[in-house]
Design a protein around this ligand. Structure first.
Ligand SMILES: Cc1cc2nc3c(=O)[nH]c(=O)nc-3n(C[C@H](O)[C@H](O)[C@H](O)COP(=O)(O)O)c2cc1C
Length: 336
């Protein structure tokens, strides 16, 4: 059975999970348009993940994916966290945010896995690492299709060897966080990744990074991908929950305006280059997820005030190809 048949989709497209900006409407509209919708549940608690899934299930009987962040052990010290917190003081001052410390997040990963099984979700994708053998086996026992994320050929081989059913090859062009989980972190283009996995990876391959046109989809499929995963082009859709200013910045963007940065979250991610990225470079940054916790009040207040120079405006390197519209209209453009 082909991957498209397994995922029960009409077109070879997955709406990329986008933690923070995915809405139930985006996932449902994707399913209705004949592609696979994905819930970006990375930052959610198990209970909110359940509520999200239930809202999607109420609106569609079609399959959809839930995407989780694989938790990693983090090495840091109280002093390092304090230093990284203090570096952000001028931004809190500018935005009139009280100096009351930052709440550090915890992962609800195991409980989210239980929710996915209990709710009968059909597809579960992962980024930032590979789940334990127990979890992979547990999901597969419940006939849940598992998808890993790789940013190098070596990571793709690890995903395959750990028994996951398919792998997203995330090129350096991709918007948002990089799914890398091995050191040293390498930046490899999507085309190079697709060439590299041809002989070595036998599980289905999903191409991600910078895809925004029908021609690019065809090129990825011709290079061996089974389906493609698209983020930025759906981030600007009417159904996406991204702030209006984020959508407008993408829709009005010229070529070559994105950059990779760790300053927002401690993990490398691609977004529209702005003042926060430029001025924070070289300063003390806490490891992921703590930097994310330290900057959240700044990002939230900046969003309330439409100060995009302090927001994380994730976008892929081909953001200038994104066009406004509903998910259905975007899918039509990508397929007809
Ligand atoms: C705003 C945003 C949030 C993202 N969040 C996630 C996520 O939660 N999980 C994940 O696996 N990938 C995430 N990604 C990466 C996508 O899965 C995908 O690799 C990327 O969007 C592909 O590149 P493109 O944006 O150029 O289409 C995110 C991307 C964006 C733009």
């Amino acid at each position: 059975m082909s991957l498209m048949e397994k995922l029960k989709i009409k077109f070879p497209i997955i709406q990329a999970p986008m933690a923070g900006v995915t809405t139930p409407e985006l996932v449902v509209a994707s399913a209705n348009a004949g592609i696979l919708g994905s819930i970006g549940a990375g930052y959610l608690s198990a209970e909110v993940t359940r509520a999200f899934i239930e809202e999607v299930k109420k609106a569609t009987a079609k399959p959809f994916a839930v995407n989780l962040f694989v938790p990693n052990e983090v090495q840091t010290t109280k002093e390092d966290l304090e230093e990284a917190y203090n570096v952000l003081k001028p931004y809190r001052k500018k935005l009139m945010i009280a100096e009351e410390g930052a709440l550090l997040s915890t992962s609800d990963f195991d409980a989210q896995i239980d929710v996915i099984i209990e709710e009968g979700v059909k597809v579960c994708s992962f980024t930032f690492g590979i789940p334990t053998e127990d979890i992979i086996k547990k999901l597969q026992k419940h006939e849940i299709y598992t998808i890993g994320t790789a940013t190098t050929v070596e990571e793709a081989i690890l995903v395959q060897d750990h028994g996951l059913d398919a792998v997203v090859m995330q090129g350096e062009e991709a918007g948002g966080h990089r799914g890398s989980f091995t050191e040293p972190e390498e930046l490899v283009s999507l085309q190079e990744l697709l060439e590299g996995v041809k002989e070595k990876v036998k599980i289905p391959v999903i191409a991600a990074g910078g895809i925004a046109t029908k021609k690019q989809i065809q090129a990825a499929l011709e290079s061996g991908a089974d389906v493609v995963q698209i983020g930025t082009a759906f981030l600007v859709s009417e159904e996406s929950g991204a702030p209006e200013i984020h959508k407008q910045q993408i829709l009005n963007a010229e070529e070559n305006v994105t950059a990779l940065t760790k300053v927002f979250s401690g993990k490398l991610a691609r977004g529209i280059e702005n003042d926060f990225m430029v001025f924070m470079e070289g300063n003390k940054i806490a490891p992921y997820p703590y930097q994310n916790d330290l900057t959240i009040s700044i990002r939230r207040r900046a969003q309330e005030l439409d100060i995009y120079s302090l927001m994380a405006m994730w976008a892929g390197s081909n953001l200038h190809l994104a066009e406004a519209g509903s998910v259905q209209e975007i899918v039509n453009r990508l397929t007809k």
